[in-house]
Write a protein that binds this ligand. Structure first.
Ligand code: NAD
Ligand code: MG
Length: 384
């Protein structure tokens, strides 16, 4: 039996993880869960799965949580409790599924446990890949990607993180809701249009990242760190059907891809399975009617890709600035303070304004994140 700690249990990745657990109760057990504010959903999950521990930072709902749950589930609150929960000896697997920069703190603690991390929170790697990967190595923690593209790459590498014989990795992008639209067509798009992804049902932040294609840029940086390869090994290719989740080409000319209908349970089940496969309900690919297409990443987003490649090459502070400017831009767009295409301006202008530095530690990341958010806010105010 694998005991799982699910960080960000009430989110979209949380849903997929819980569904894989429900279908494999002989092998998987929800031992602990954390959530931010969705109290009613957290209660539902806790009643269904009876985790030993349930953690929230929100002090206001602690007493109600205690009242609503049976004595089998202990309610936790505060930094000390969170730390002890992540380090709990009974936990085998920690799923990092909090959204955005907020997932950094727990991912860093998890990297020091020597357990297995299933990583969905790409932002923590973008801002602190230089710290998290070495920490994990030092403590014997394995990091298994569940972002679908990275899990696909991992599967194409036959479950080895070794890339010795690889000549190219193609990261596929669905193109999001605005596939084939140029930037000038996107000036007036609404929040609802941008949130409506054609293939995936996801949290709001990553849905907007998919619409702007920033998600693919974050994924390029994530891949560079996870597979320890120079950015020049990676190509970004638009594949609207989201069936081929990524492709690895070896130096002998073989290209291996991983395919499934779009469903986050597939990479999650793979990552939870060790060397054998877990069984889940999935819709089979109908190969007889399959029509796959691939095309270049849009030229008018080349500045964005250049920034992501610069982050890959420079490392240091650059990922934090890129991520923070995007988080402020997305939040401002969701609050109807700026338009869709202004998101790019906020990123470009913040990235230019803050000098890059190689000196990075955990404290300086938090300071720089703060500074970058303030700078991005200035840009937002200058637009509105
Ligand atoms: P979501 O918004 O649906 O859920 C986020 C979860 O994080 C919730 O449980 C919420 O309570 C928790 N959370 C949010 N802010 C928090 C905070 N400040 N402190 C503690 N907990 C907090 O997001 P999601 O779509 O599930 O995405 C989660 C992560 O997985 C993101 O990093 C995203 O990029 C990545 N990811 C998601 C998908 C997907 O299909 N949804 C695919 C690949 C990668
Ligand atoms: Mg992805």
């Amino acid at each position: 039996m694998k005991n799982i700690l699910l960080l960000g249990a009430t989110g979209s990745i949380g849903d997929s993880v819980l569904s894989v657990i429900e279908q494999n109760t002989n092998d998987l057990n929800l031992y602990g869960m954390t959530f931010n504010s969705n109290f009613s959903k957290a209660i539902q999950i806790a009643k269904k799965h009876s985790p030993n521990f349930i953690y929230t930072e929100d002090e206001n709902c602690i007493s109600e949580l205690k009242r609503s749950l049976s004595d089998d589930s202990e309610t936790l609150n505060g930094k000390f409790d969170l730390n002890s929960l992540i380090r709990n000896q009974n936990i085998d697997v920690i799923i990092s599924a909090i959204s955005g920069f907020a997932g950094l703190e727990t991912t860093i603690i998890a990297a020091k446990t020597g357990k297995t991390i299933l990583l969905a929170n790409k932002e923590s790697i973008v801002v602190a890949g230089d710290i998290i990967l070495p920490l994990a190595k030092e403590h014997g923690t394995s990091i298994i990607p569940i972002d679908s593209e990275h899990n696909a790459i991992f599967q194409c590498l036959a479950g080895e993180m070794s890339t010795e014989d690889v000549s190219k990795i193609i990261i596929t992008a669905s193109g999001g809701p605005f596939l084939n639209k140029s930037l000038k067509d996107l000036v007036d798009v609404t929040k609802d249009q941008a949130l409506k992804h054609p293939n995936w049902d996801m949290g709001s932040k990553i849905s907007i990242d998919s619409a702007t294609l920033v998600n693919k840029c974050l994924e390029l940086i994530e891949a560079k760190y996870l597979f320890n390869l120079n950015e020049s090994f990676f190509d970004l290719v638009v594949h609207p059907q989201s069936i081929v989740h990524s492709i690895v080409t070896y130096r002998d000319g073989s290209s291996i891809c991983q395919m499934s209908n779009p469903n986050m349970q597939v990479p999650i089940a793979h990552a939870l399975s060790d060397s054998r496969r877990l069984s889940i309900n999935f819709s089979e690919i109908d190969f007889s009617s399959l029509n796959l297409s691939f095309s270049n990443f849009p030229e008018d987003r080349s500045r964005l890709v250049d920034i992501a490649r610069e982050v890959c090459n420079f490392g240091g502070s650059s990922g934090t600035v890129f991520n923070a400017s995007n988080e402020i831009a997305v939040k401002s767009f969701l609050e109807n303070r700026i338009g869709f295409t202004d998101i790019y301006d906020v990123i470009y202008r913040t990235f230019e304004a803050i000098p890059m530095s190689n000196n990075l530690n955990i404290d300086s990341i938090y300071e720089l994140d703060n500074e970058s958010r303030m700078e991005a806010e200035k840009v937002v105010k200058s637009i509105t």
